[in-house]
Design a protein around this ligand. Structure first.
Ligand code: GLU
Length: 473
């Protein structure tokens, strides 16, 4: 039987990294087996589902390049189908109308609570005579869960799980207004779509026995299940906004590459020996649902940063640009008036972990800055720097060729003429040119910034020193 998996998010917020990880595992399992991957939007909760959340899910999936073979299929477009299946279950005696009032159910629950029993429906309407059934009265439809026996399934992550049917009550599959409920729609969809493997968060593990019983009543093949443990924050609690970014698109905004996020997520709960770095094709080749960890994993931003830096270093300019472009645009940087960015990135790669870091370090080469970095200026733009900066400015202004060699020579000569160390020229010049105390070697830095801009910036530094001197007199 060919493999078919699905990702079935409820569009009630952003695409959470936990959701993205189960999507990735399902996607990989399909790809690894030359199967199909379905994207299904579980939007039957009309109050909580929003079009923005649907967009956020689609954006996240597209950004991660988790492409789907079918979908997006919206459950709200399938209400007629659910109605038909509900009728079928009623007709074959596997579902029944229940007329119990809210008051009765509340009372029942209170009584069970007082007797320390598990809250469950007592089956009152399960045995109604036809003559007692008046479908014009308000009613829900309940699934007739088997009363005896047990449900057993072999979870690929957690191992064999068995639940006695006694533990499961008769689940509502259609509400009073006729709308179908979650556990039921999932089964109808997984059945209709021919899903062979359900990989999802382990918050659904308690739903599975109920879903299996519905599959059986419908005479459908029961898929295999794999329930993935949740992701924890660094404090051992369930990963939430409190721990930092949890939305996939926030990672894009924070300057991560999709490959780094995918690589990070695949390792968060799955391993292949001690290998840390996986290209997408390697993931497809090596991923094995049977090797998903049973224990929850904790999110580690440092490791994600390390991977992101790794992919930044590994990427060619052509690979990086589409991702970087978005951040450049956000920071209002145009690459037109400046050096080839392909030369800059390798120079900075050891120092940057995110695309946002890249934007911050390359900015001075493409646009003027308003202020010098406070700390760097305090240290290097002092009155003693006035003379070296004046001398180097004159030399730079006279250069015919703005080449690395010529620039280096001008710096060397300045230090020699003034009989001062190279640092006494270099550091003030660096702060003058880039606004900050760190940059690649000065000849390259000056070359990238260009003659006119460099001279203007030295002038700006000279005025800064004079102004400072006046105010501190
Ligand atoms: N819609 C469910 C959720 O977002 C997932 C259902 C499933 O994967 O079976 O939690």
């Amino acid at each position: 039987m060919s493999v078919k998996t699905r990702f079935a998010p409820s569009p009630t917020g952003y695409l959470h990294v936990g959701g993205a990880r189960t999507a990735l595992y399902s996607w990989l399992h399909a790809k690894a087996n030359e199967g199909q991957f379905v994207l299904r939007i579980e939007d039957t909760d009309l109050e909580r589902s929003t079009p923005e959340a649907v967009e956020a899910i689609l954006d996240g999936m597209k950004w991660l390049e988790l492409d789907w073979d079918e979908g997006p299929i919206f459950q709200t477009k399938r209400f007629e189908r659910y109605k038909t299946v509900i009728q079928q279950l009623v007709q074959q005696g596997d579902a029944y109308p229940c007329f119990c009032s809210r008051e009765r159910l509340d009372e029942l629950r209170e009584r069970q609570k007082a007797n320390k029993q598990k809250a469950r429906y007592d089956g009152k309407c399960r045995h109604l005579e036809d003559s007692d059934i008046d479908l014009t009265q308000d009613h829900v439809i309940r699934f007739k869960n088997p009363e005896d026996g047990e449900v057993t399934f072999k979870d690929v992550v957690k191992g064999e799980i068995t639940i006695a049917n006694k533990e499961l009550d008769d689940l509502i599959i259609a509400r009073t207004d006729g709308s179908p409920t979650y556990n039921f729609t999932v089964v109808v969809d997984d059945m209709d779509m021919g899903i062979t493997q359900v990989i999802r968060g382990d918050d659904h593990v308690n739903n599975t026995p109920r879903q299996i019983n519905i599959f059986k009543a419908l005479g459908a093949n029961v898929p295999d299940y794999g329930h993935v443990p949740m992701i924890l924050g660094d404090d051992g609690k369930k990963l939430s906004k409190r721990h930092g970014a949890v939305s996939v698109m926030q990672y894009r905004d924070d300057g991560y590459l999709p490959q780094a996020v995918l690589n990070y997520l695949v390792r968060l709960g799955w391993s292949h020996g001690d290998q840390e770095v996986f290209s997408v094709s390697e993931m497809i080749e090596l991923f094995d649902v049977n090797a998903i960890n049973k224990a929850p994993s904790a999110f580690n931003t440092q490791k994600l940063n390390w991977l992101n830096q790794h992919y930044i270093k590994l990427s060619t300019k052509e690979e990086l640009m589409p991702h970087l472009q978005w951040h450049l645009k956000n920071a209002n940087i145009s690459l037109e008036q400046g050096p080839d960015i392909g030369e800059l990135i390798p120079e900075f790669a050891e120092r940057v972990q995110t695309l946002k870091d890249i934007v911050a370090v390359i900015k001075p080469y493409y646009s003027d800055f308003d202020n010098f970095d406070e700390k760097a200026a305090k240290k290097h733009l002092r009155p003693v720097a006035f003379e070296p900066l004046t001398v180097i400015r004159a030399k730079l202004a006279n250069l015919d060729s703005w080449s690395s060699d010529a620039l280096q020579q001008a710096i060397d000569q300045t230090a020699a003429e003034l009989e001062i160390g190279m640092g006494k020229v270099g550091m003030p010049l660096r702060v003058a040119i880039t606004g900050a105390g760190m940059s690649p070697s000065l000849d390259i830095t000056l070359k990238w910034v260009g003659k006119e801009r460099s001279l203007n910036r030295v002038d700006k530094a000279l005025s800064f020193i004079s102004e400072r001197a006046k105010t501190t007199e």
